[in-house]
Write a protein that binds this ligand. Structure first.
Ligand code: PLP
Length: 414
């Protein structure tokens, strides 16, 4: 296995920048707001907590996470919460605890399939309904699981990403409900990755845990809404009942042998974040509005260039499809795959994106995953000014980035 596609591109971008070659960084899934002052303070105040803590996380953090979910209509006993060093590590432990093959939406976030491979289980990709990334099409989910089981595969779980990375879209409540009903009929457990939940632009979010509470493990974290990816903290919510007990025990046993406990000082700051004081709620709301403004403008740029792209509904992602330009891309640029298209954009135009193949799509798909998170600014001063701006699109570094992208797209398809 190679290093994760997103992290590998980030390395490439850094290298180009170190050589003085400018890059428009649209590849790495990084949020783009400064770390809030109250979180910096909370972390500094907890710096003396040098002890190991409980494997599941501090009582303060688990209570704060339970309150967070409770306010969102998911009553949660703090005893059902497990914290870990990022939701990625928790997802791995949950997949391991599920103990069999897993169904993934196609396309889906790079790490699910890679984690299944690390665990030695097979993943079964199922395409998503149009405009509703992150959940498998319900009928095709049922067919795929029945067929795999008929061939002797032990399929035990399905991963849902609501809202979705890589597409920036949000499955409707109706689709989520139907997927949950299918999962119940097939006795699949559901792993619901809700790390982008607080970045939904206009509402319409429904958690699978509302529809199939007995079988859903929810994961979340602070890496996106509060741009704390480097702090490495995530939380998982296990269902009530025997299945939830078994999964939680298995996750805790892996956690105790791998990471022992999440970093103590970070847990104290995370407990503050999940208690959602007004200043942090405001910070998240302003970030959400900023991402929406920028991502919607970038989507228009792709539409102007003749790509097909679903309207963004959350976070800072787009998933344009250049299929309409297939013949021209082949004739003019010898581009036949998404990876060749991404390479052309980086080498010729200094625009870094990821090909759809990194998200489980076939090599020939001319799809790209575009992350707009880093367009807010190159440093904290710019990012704060973007948050404070009446119209962030008028800031020179954001306007300049949009121009650079427009010029790059004209070079490639114009
Ligand atoms: N899930 C999805 C869909 C993501 O996009 C990411 C990060 O890119 C993660 C999980 C991992 O987040 P964390 O920083 O909590 O490990």
């Amino acid at each position: 296995m190679r290093v994760s596609a997103t992290l590998a591109v980030d390395e490439l971008v850094r290298r180009r920048q170190a050589e003085g070659r400018p890059v428009l960084p649209l590849a790495f899934g990084q949020a783009g707001v400064p770390v809030h002052a109250s979180l910096r303070r909370a972390l500094a105040e907890a710096a003396g907590r040098g002890e190991y803590g409980s494997v599941a996380g501090t009582a303060e953090l688990r209570e704060a996470a339970a309150g967070y979910w409770h306010r969102r209509g998911l009553p949660t006993d703090p005893g059902r919460v497990v914290a870990g060093p990022g939701s990625k590590a928790l997802l791995y432990a949950v997949l391991r605890a599920a103990g069999g093959d897993v169904v993934l939406p196609r396309p889906s976030w790079v790490s699910y399939a890679a984690q299944a491979a690390l665990l030695g289980v097979r993943h079964h990709p199922v395409p998503t309904p149009p405009g509703e990334g992150g959940v498998p099409d319900p009928e095709r989910l049922a067919d795929t699981v029945r067929r795999a089981r008929a061939e002797g595969r032990d399929v035990r779980a399905v991963v849902l990403t609501v809202p979705d990375n890589p597409t920036g879209t949000l499955a409707t409540a109706g689709t989520v409900r139907t997927v949950c009903e299918v999962a119940r009929r097939l006795d699949l457990m559901i792993i619901s990755d809700e790390i982008y939940r607080d970045l939904v632009y206009h509402g319409g979010f429904a958690s699978p845990a509302e529809f199939a509470p007995e079988r859903v493990v929810v994961t979340s974290g602070l890496s996106k809404s509060l741009a704390l990816g480097g702090w490495r903290i995530g939380v998982a919510r296990f269902p009530e009942g025997a299945t939830g007990d078994r999964l939680r025990e298995r996750v805790l046993s892996a956690a105790s042998e791998i990471w022992s406990s999440p970093a103590q000082p970070v847990q104290f700051a995370a407990a503050l974040a999940l208690a959602e004081p007004a200043d942090l709620a405001e910070h998240i709301a302003r970030g959400r509005a900023l991402y929406r403004r920028i991502t919607t403008a970038v989507a228009e740029g792709f539409i102007d260039a003749g790509a097909t792209v679903a309207a963004p509904r959350a976070a800072f992602y787009l998933y344009p499809d250049f299929g309409a330009h297939r013949e021209r891309l082949a004739a003019v640029h010898s581009v036949h795959t998404g990876a060749e298209l991404a390479e052309l954009l980086l080498e010729r135009c200094g625009v870094a994106v990821l090909p759809g193949s990194a998200f489980g799509e076939p090599a020939h798909a001319l799809t790209l995953r575009v992350c707009t998170g880093l367009l807010t600014g190159a440093d904290d001063e710019q990012r704060q000014r973007a948050l404070d701006a009446t119209d962030a699109l008028e800031l020179p570094w954001i306007a300049g980035a949009l121009d650079q992208l427009g010029a790059a797209l004209s070079t490639v398809v114009g």
